[in-house]
Design a protein around this ligand. Structure first.
Ligand code: AHR
Length: 522
């Protein structure tokens, strides 16, 4: 109701601005009306979450090099990556998969390294997994990052006992076989685990279950995932992929099913032309550029479709939608193991990230978490490594710029903008969102998707005035520019001054193909 009223107010303001503009001068085509004195829901920091799977070089090399490596590390975790992720303000990290999660038996990955079981990673390249990175190493990683743990349990090939004992091992401080085992392995105090997923893609690699069957299994597993001591798990049930609303309906309709979880996941990847034409991550055409963004904008429809069902059964929005896998999925880099899903990352990916962040922010009443796939060396990564070298990708910089929105209050805004059309495809040329943090600073994040045109955006800011304005911009000479090993960084944020603020209206001139974040304060 409040949202509808607000929407109505914004429309009225826009209409009033249009009438007054018509009287005096031509109305701006591109306008973002911001109601700064009417904060909305908190944008959960978990919307800026990440995902690390035992897949290719994500865990091994990307994060974990082992304490004996010549690559500088802390307890085996590479220092360059730790530093970069802290800077980016990573809020949570999902692990150990993905499809790998439903093949993972956590007891293989604890205890002395030399005694750990080696297994075959059947989903990803059939390589040997020596389990040298397990529960203790992951929890140490989250401690060093200062982020929350998001653990994905094994429903597909595990047991209720196995999952329930994992939670006990991690979080209990009672005297029990699991806590004694943890202590034997060198950890006295329980850890805190914030998010726990009950299986991954159980409609597919996680067991090929029907929605009804999974709903029953999930209820059983969830019953034995206890809250120990002061730890309260946010249980995430496996949700649908893409537009499978029937799955959501099944998980949501029965109160005794939905009472068993706090969050419902959804996975949606952006593909240039379907699974048969993913296209190259670099050296792409403008046709592929715009098709990528068209796919990215469908995230908004995915969220709206699943939210509509959730709204029917949970109008108070107690259940969160957790988009715990998203991002651009391109062809693997030529010459690399196809099972490792390694792709480069260009300015296009940074704009993709901005489109997603603005969509998530604007749906923060329902979207309570999101995890890009994946952290390092896999799909749309923020970090690429080659031996001891590390590259920060354009997507990394988008995350770093948008960190200001974490746990801020969404500021309602309404964007009216021109189209960007190419090759018979049309998308909005701009995307935007705004928030106010707990010090009263207003942040506005905008992206211009058009690679050939700067765009001026007029932003009337209603209700609050500001004295100080700063900005950062991420752009590059070419659409396909990327950061590479042994080269100077070409895509990184710089100071932005292309704005003007007068009589409560901010005017921003967005360079072509750019992401801008503006801060207004007093
Ligand atoms: O991120 C790669 C894979 O994509 C994940 O393992 C799986 O959950 C999804 O299908």
């Amino acid at each position: 109701m409040r949202k509808t009223l607000l929407f109505f107010v914004i429309i009225l303001i826009q209409a009033a601005l249009t009438v007054s503009a018509q009287k005096k001068e031509p109305q701006p085509v591109n306008q973002l009306v911001i109601i700064a004195n009417n904060p909305g829901p908190v944008i959960s920091k978990d919307i800026y979450g990440h995902f690390s799977e035992h897949l290719g070089r994500c865990i091994y090399e990307g994060l974990w090099v082992g304490p004996d490596s010549k690559i500088p590390n802390t307890y085996g975790i590479r220092n360059d990556v730790l530093f970069a992720l802290r800077e980016m303000k990573i809020p949570n990290l999902r692990w150990p998969g993905g499809c790998f999660a439903d093949t993972y038996h956590w007891k293989d990955g604890i205890g002395p390294q030399e005694k750990r079981a080696s297994i075959v990673n059947v989903h990803w390249g059939g390589v040997t997994e020596d389990n040298s990175f397990g529960t203790h190493e992951f929890m140490k990683l989250t401690e060093l990052l200062g982020c929350d743990a998001y653990i994905n349990g094994n429903v597909g090939s595990g047991t209720v006992r196995e999952m329930s004992e994992w939670v006990e091992y991690l979080t209990s401080d009672a005297d029990s076989p699991m806590t004694r085992l943890r202590k034997e392995n060198g950890r006295d105090q329980p850890w805190k685990v914030k998010l726990f997923a009950i299986g991954n893609e159980n409609w597919g690699c996680g067991g090929n279950m029907t929605a009804d069957y999974y709903a029953g299994v999930m209820r059983q597993y969830s019953t034995f995932l206890r809250n120990y001591g002061g730890n309260e798990l946010y249980r995430v049930a496996c949700g649908p992929s893409d537009f499978n609303v029937a799955w959501t309906e099944t998980l949501m309709k029965d109160p005794s099913t939905r009472d068993m979880f706090q969050g419902l996941s959804v996975h949606y990847y952006s593909l240039v032309g379907g699974w048969d034409h993913k296209g190259a991550a670099t050296g792409f055409t403008e046709g592929e550029w715009i098709r990528t963004f068209r796919a990215n904008f469908r995230m908004d429809e995915v969220i709206k479709d699943h939210s509509a069902i959730m709204d029917r059964y949970d109008p108070e929005k107690r259940k969160g939608l957790v988009v715990d896998e998203w991002g651009n999925w391109f062809d693997v880099e030529p010459g690399t193991n196809p099972g490792f899903l390694y792709q480069q990352n260009t300015l296009r990916d940074a704009i993709t990230a901005a489109i997603h962040f603005n969509i998530f922010n604007n749906h923060s009443d329902r979207v309570k978490g999101a995890n890009i796939a994946q952290l390092a060396n896999v799909l749309q990564s923020v970090i690429l490594t080659k031996g001891e070298k590390m590259v920060l990708t354009p997507t990394y910089y988008a995350f770093r710029m948008f960190r200001v929105h974490q746990d801020a209050n969404l500021i309602p805004s309404s964007l009216k903008c021109e189209d960007y059309t190419y090759d018979g495809i049309t998308v909005p040329a701009l995307t935007a969102s705004a928030s106010t943090d707990n010090t009263g600073k207003l942040h506005i994040s905008i992206a211009n998707l058009n690679p050939g045109k700067a765009i001026t955006l007029t932003c009337p800011i209603i209700g609050v005035t500001f004295r100080k304005i700063t900005g950062e911009v991420l752009t590059a000479q070419k659409m396909g520019d990327f950061n590479d090993f042994d080269k100077e960084e070409t895509v990184k944020p710089t100071n932005f001054t292309g704005f003007n603020y007068k009589d409560g209206t901010l005017t921003v001139t967005m360079p072509s193909k750019s992401v801008v974040v503006i801060e207004l304060s007093n």
